[in-house]
Design a protein around this ligand. Structure first.
Ligand SMILES: [Zn+2]
Length: 80
């Protein structure tokens, strides 16, 4: 599968996410995505509020990784 597809930004700033990319990410109509600005690139990720480490809800984004308060504390304790 191609990993780069050129798309044109329309008059209102919209682009269409290519169907093969949406299918790879399991993105459905009306799903939410997170847009992140990384240098000169925009990253689009499927939105999830689940912690990447334990799966708990209510995680927050830290440098592109969703993490819950408990896991953040555990990591903090590891590096003390
Ligand atoms: Zn967690």
């Amino acid at each position: 599968m191609r990993k780069q597809i050129i798309r044109q930004v329309d008059e209102t700033g919209r682009i269409v996410l290519p169907k093969p990319f949406r299918e790879m990410l399991g993105l459905e109509i009306k799903d939410e995505v997170i847009l992140s600005l990384n240098g000169d690139a925009i990253t689009v990720r499927k939105f999830s509020s689940s912690c990447a480490f334990c799966g708990e809800d209510h995680a927050v984004d830290y440098k592109g990784v969703l993490i819950c308060a408990d896991c953040a504390k555990q990591i903090g304790d590891l590096v003390k």
